[in-house]
Design a protein around this ligand. Structure first.
Ligand code: IPE
Ligand code: IPE
Ligand code: MG
Length: 230
């Protein structure tokens, strides 16, 4: 058996699912589930930074989510604008970097602008990078990289190809957590997740406390990662 030397993941991905059901359970509109989820997301970013994790990638809006009712999307955009201005700036002030992955041209221009401006001020040498996947889909990311690869000469290595993804320069996720009870990846980091440890929990995202996050970290540390070896 491989050594259990994977004490702390360097990079964690979170599929933040279950906001709508969290609200429905309380007889609240879905929008309140999203605002509770956004609050939790910021809490987890702080927690991950404190714990010494180097990268936290959160799945906030998928390319498929654009098929949701316009009213729900408008609510999400309003929340993103509100949170991004204040919280991204705060995180950056605390020494963290904020990076966006996804196709910002799919978002309303004012939302895209606020996000871009917010992330721009990130330090280059941060110990902790908070990566927000917005308008993100792994398949479109891979197709985009394949199109970029056309301009390169000669055969590409896996490393060359990975550098053309939105996550170029970021190590692959060691652990991917999905809240909300579904057991699927829903088009999240398909290339990068090749050897990630997967952790699924029924807990709805707004209820995914720091303590529950710690439980996931503990479970991760007990997994034997073999990467095809023995
Ligand atoms: C995840 O929560 C957040 C986004 C996709 C924006 P959902 O909105 O999917 O919540 P459920 O799955 O309907 O409960
Ligand atoms: C995945 O949640 C996307 C995000 C968390 C942003 P969904 O609620 O969109 O996933 P499906 O539709 O259940 O697969
Ligand atoms: Mg969902």
């Amino acid at each position: 058996m491989a050594d259990n030397n994977n004490s702390l993941p360097e990079h964690i991905g979170i599929i933040m699912d279950g906001n709508g059901r969290w609200a429905a359970k309380r007889g609240l509109p879905r929008s309140l589930g999203h605002s509770a989820g956004m609050k939790r997301m910021i809490g987890l970013a702080k927690k991950a930074k404190e714990a010494g994790v180097h990268y936290l990638t959160v799945y906030a809006l998928s390319t498929e989510n654009f098929s949701r009712p316009q009213e729900e999307l408008d609510g999400l955009y309003a929340l993103i604008k509100k949170y991004f201005k204040g919280q991204a700036a705060k995180l950056i002030k605390s020494g963290a970097a904020v990076k966006i992955i996804g196709d910002l041209s799919l978002l309303p221009p004012d939302v895209a602008q606020i996000i871009q401006k917010g992330a721009e001020k990130s330090p280059a040498d941060a110990e902790f990078t908070f990566i927000i996947a917005l308008g993100y889909g792994a398949r479109s990311e891979i197709v985009r990289a394949a199109n970029l690869a056309k301009d390169k000469e000669g055969a590409l290595t896996e490393g060359d190809f990975a550098s053309l993804l939105y996550t170029g320069g970021v190590p692959d996720p060691d652990l991917i957590i999905r809240t909300g009870g579904e057991v699927r990846l829903s088009n999240f980091l398909l290339w990068q997740a090749a050897y990630a440890e997967l952790y699924f929990t029924d807990t709805l995202f707004p209820d995914f406390t720091d303590k529950k996050f710690e439980k996931a970290l503990n479970e991760y540390s007990s997994r034997a990662r073999r990467f095809g070896g023995v």
